[in-house]
Every structure is written in C-alpha cells, then in structure tokens.
Design a binder for this molecule. Structure first.
Ligand SMILES: Cc1cc2nc3c(=O)[nH]c(=O)nc-3n(C[C@H](O)[C@H](O)[C@H](O)COP(=O)(O)OP(=O)(O)OC[C@H]3O[C@@H](n4cnc5c(N)ncnc54)[C@H](O)[C@@H]3O)c2cc1C
Length: 320
C-alpha cells in the first residue's frame, strides 16, 4: 500500500501548496512504512523536482487540457488503484476542494477535509481538522480502508525530504461521460499575488471611505510583497474586485501575516481570516471587535497610520 499525492500545477508550474501536500504525503507514507507517489495531470514542469519533497516517483498523465473535477478524480483514482494506494492527499486549493469529494465518492473512501496537522496515528487514521470556520478543532478518526485527506494550504508547511524522485508516464484517461461539465472560460487575475496562497495579506474595509484611497493599501502591500484583500461590502459596492473578498462568503485564507485596515471584524469576516498566524488591526474605534482577534492592534486613523507604517518599513528595508 502506498500514499498517492495529487500534485497540482497551474499553467505548467507546481504550486507551493503542491510541495506542501507532497511533503505531507511523504511523512504520512514514512509513518505507514511505505512510499509516497505523486501524480500530475496535464501540463506540468519537470516532475523530478517533487523528489525534493519526498515523492519517490511521480506519474504524469498527459493528454488532458481542461480542468474537470470528476474527470481528474477518475484519473487520480485509476492511478491510485494501479499503485495500490489507499491514502490520497490533496491540497485544499480551489481545484483540490472540487476534486476531493469526487475522489472519495468514486473510490468509496472516507474524506477528511480541512486537515491542519499530520496524522497523530495512521492505524486507525487520526487527523486534526479545523471546523466551524476555524473556530473549533476536531480530531477525526477513520476506520475506512481508503482515505482522502484534503489539507489546508499553509497550515502544515513545506518540508524538504530528499527521495529518488523518478518520473513515469501513464496513459490512463477518464470516461467521456465524466467530462459532461466543462468550464466555458477561465479568467485569471494576472500580475497579482494569488490571495489563497499568499503568505502576507494587506486587507482593507469600509473605513477606507472610497476606492481612490486604496493607493496607500496597495503601496503597503507592494512594499511587503503581500496580496491585497477586502471586506465583503467593499467588493459588493465595487470598490475592489470580488476576487479580493475574504470571509465566510468569500475566500478563506491563513497567511502568516494578515493586516486588517478599517475593517470592523464582524464574525463573518473573521470566519475567513482568523486562521491567520499573526493578525495586525488598524482601526480608529478602540471598541472595534477585530481587536479581540488581533495579535497587534493600532488604534488610529488609517490615513495617518498606514503612511507612517509604510515609511517605517521603507526605512527598515533601507537599513537592513
Ligand atoms: C450572511 C452574511 C455573510 C457575510 N459574509 C461576509 C464575508 O465573507 N466577509 C466580510 O468581510 N463580511 C461579510 N459579511 C458582512 C459583515 O457582517 C460586515 O458587515 C462586514 O464585514 C463589515 O465590513 P467592514 O468592516 O469593511 O465595514 P464596517 O462594518 O462599516 O466597518 C468599518 C470599520 O472601519 C473603521 N474605520 C472607519 N474609519 C476609519 C479610519 N479612518 N481609520 C481606521 N479605521 C476606520 C470603523 O471603526 C469600523 O470598525 C457577511 C454578512 C452576512 C449577513
């Protein structure tokens, strides 16, 4: 029995979440006394790179151009069956979250979503997962023969584990009936740091008063190399694109640093950002609920605080 990891790529490049999933799978495989095998689908860079993260072998399935969750799941399950893998690891990216339930249903496997730690036991498989929008933790124990674990990006970290990293081609393909639904058009926000994978995020809310005031947010984000995000009302009224909306009904993120500027900290907003490792809040109202969730809080006017913060970081960078 081996452990199979779906090694997701985007426009031919592996994502950071892929390296994290592979190194997670390698450590799960080690604790099971077996091998970690990665599978890539469609365009992907040199697969031997995954050896650095513990994949003893990477299987590439070519001839697939468009993403389709059911078809991808079928291909991964076929590779899992060929490799005698009963544990499949998927990163909870947008695509990973769409594939994982299909994988579990097609393979009649148990599905553990939102995994945030390595299994504390592999027999029975016991994994810690976050629940209720990261407000709770659940230790999930599976007695199933087959398991799919969907891991939260940036929760466990990438580990470098040297393995042989051989590459192999496979010609498995999905049944045509599974391709019944296909995306009509894929639009990508270009030239920006992808929010779900960002390690640093500068986010702003209605406290910024107007869209033309976002230049100070953008300047701070650019200086830090951070992605930009916003609260729901800000994207609802069109001040910022919907792709930046974080929270319960938006993107859920867990960066290393989340700077929230002029955001009240409503429960629906916190639901998407409270898993951030360090939260800095800038708000003129000392009673703003966000301060309760903050690691660092600055009570002050964003239009005074943010330029000062930017100037201080510039000065720090110039001297270091
Ligand atoms: C079903 C449902 C789902 C929702 N999902 C989401 C979601 O996914 N994400 C989300 O964000 N919201 C969501 N909401 C909305 C949420 O309840 C809040 O209304 C929203 O988060 C508030 O946005 P805000 O903090 O930007 O604005 P406000 O609540 O208006 O807060 C603005 C903040 O800026 C501060 N401020 C004002 N001026 C300044 C200044 N000059 N300097 C510094 N601070 C200043 C104020 O003190 C205030 O705290 C949802 C609501 C519902 C009902």
């Amino acid at each position: 029995m081996s452990v199979l990891i779906y090694a997701e790529s985007w426009e031919g490049k592996f994502k950071k979440a892929t390296f994290e999933a592979v190194s997670y799978g390698a450590r799960v495989a080690a604790s099971m006394g077996t091998n970690a095998i990665a599978v890539t689908i469609g365009d992907a860079e040199d697969a031997s790179i995954l050896g650095k993260y513990g994949a003893s072998k990477t299987i590439h399935v070519g001839g697939v151009s468009t993403f389709n969750n059911a078809a991808y799941a079928s291909i991964i399950n076929q590779v899992a069956a060929n490799q005698d893998a009963n544990t499949i690891i998927v990163a909870a990216t947008n695509n990973g979250k769409m594939i994982a339930p299909f994988l579990a249903v097609q393979a009649e496997a148990a599905l553990i979503t939102n995994a945030i730690a390595l299994p504390s036991s592999t027999a029975p498989l016991t994994v810690l997962r976050s629940a209720f929008s990261s407000k709770g933790l659940v230790k999930y124990q599976s007695n199933a023969d087959k398991n799919v674990i969907c891991i939260v990006p940036n929760a466990i970290g990438v580990a470098t584990i040297e393995a042989d990293g051989t590459a192999e081609e496979s010609s498995v393909s999905a049944d045509a009936s599974l391709k019944a639904i296909a995306p009509e058009k894929v639009e990508r926000v270009s030239g920006k740091i992808a929010l779900p994978e960002a390690e640093l995020v500068v986010s702003a809310g209605r406290g910024m008063k107007a869209p033309e005031n976002w230049n100070i947010i953008q300047e701070l984000a650019d200086l830090l190399g951070a992605a930009t995000a916003c609260s729901k009302p800000v994207s609802d009224i069109g001040w910022r694109p919907h792709s930046e909306h974080v929270g319960q009904t938006g993107i859920q993120i867990n960066p290393n640093l989340y700077i929230a500027i002029g955001i009240s900290g409503a429960i629906q907003h916190l639901a998407g950002v409270s898993a951030s490792k360090t939260i800095v809040v800038v708000n003129s109202d000392p009673e703003a609920p966000f301060f309760k969730a903050a690691d660092y809080g600055i009570v002050g006017d964003a239009f005074e605080v943010v330029p000062k913060l930017t100037a201080a970081i510039k000065a720090f960078k110039a001297n270091n």
